[in-house]
Write a protein that binds this ligand. Sequence first.
Ligand code: SF4
Length: 392
Amino acid sequence: MLKNKTFGVYIHWPFCLSKCPYCDFNSHVRASIDVDLWEKNLLADLLSFHDKTSDKIVTSVFFGGGTPSLMPPKIVETLIHKITNSWTVSPDLEITLEANPTSVEEKNFSALAEVGVNRVSLGIQSLRENGLKFLGRTHSVEDAKKAIETARTKFDRYSLDLIYTRPHQTLEEWEQELEEAISLANGHLSLYQLTIEEGTPFFLSYHKGDFRLPTNDQSALLYEHTAEITRSHGYESYEISNYAKPGQESRHNMTYWLYHDYIGIGPGAHSRLTIDGEKYAIRRHRSPEKWVEDVSLKKDGTHEVRVISGKTKSEEFLMMGLRLKQGIDQREFTEQVGYSFSESTNTKKIHKLITENLLELSDTTLKATEEGRQRLDGILRYLFEAESPPSN
Ligand code: SF4
């Protein structure tokens, strides 16, 4: 099966200049970073996967964070060089790096392009000063526009990230901002609705009543308009929050959504890797300091490994695949999970969701409708929850 013969590589750089109030990613602010130690340990962590993957082809590399655009380009170069020299890589290898549009990072763009990065995902988040201020971002709208112009000249491809459903944001305001973003974009947009995550400063201030978010109905309307506007410019909503012109989809993220293999190195990184017919879940320690300790001691950041059971594989496959507009391919499901689609899924529940216009089933695929994709968390909870025992 070719899909288990290819894999993506995720590299986590966990540091940021400051912490945004909505962010629950594994990102940290540190006064100083021992870059030589980080280079050595990321390299060792990468090579710890070599024996298990040397017969597979690398199709994508993704530097995520944190803020990997603050990584010294020398480390990015060392890692790319090691990957392209130690593994077979596909001829159209996609190498993406997440970047923030501050002037410091924009200065790194030339060097990053020279060492092989061919796609950047720019976290511009808003094209309105009040939006950036609310989100606690340290760049300005002008910085964002300048960084986009630099990205246009330096990289083959770039994507823009924006956050909407911000407090007081009207439909008209978002439409204008989105049209502007589309005019600056280059075939790919990630458009996220603001969510309030536990443990973040926004969680506290939201629950104190400092600000309010749009209602569910308003958010649904904004989501539908987003799909319509992007579609009118030739973008397809190929995943819940991702919009692309044909051929511009993120190949690395498609690896996750298609439940293909990937390895993750650096603090908190996860892997899904098929070895001798078994799929493994492998995890690194989330704390940067603990991860450094693990790798320094063992030359391998593995913190936990487990074989994924058939039931979990089936749930993970659905959880990922139903995010995609194309849905899941039933034959692929059987190949990856090891059981037939009808054997492993609850047909009664699926049919109930079809009658509610949330899912669509054909002979070959299962898809969430546009409404279903907006309510995917609830659909998955319903599909996976244990059946109540029949009452007497
Ligand atoms: S820059 Fe990104 S990763 Fe860092 S704190 Fe802000 S949202 Fe989180």
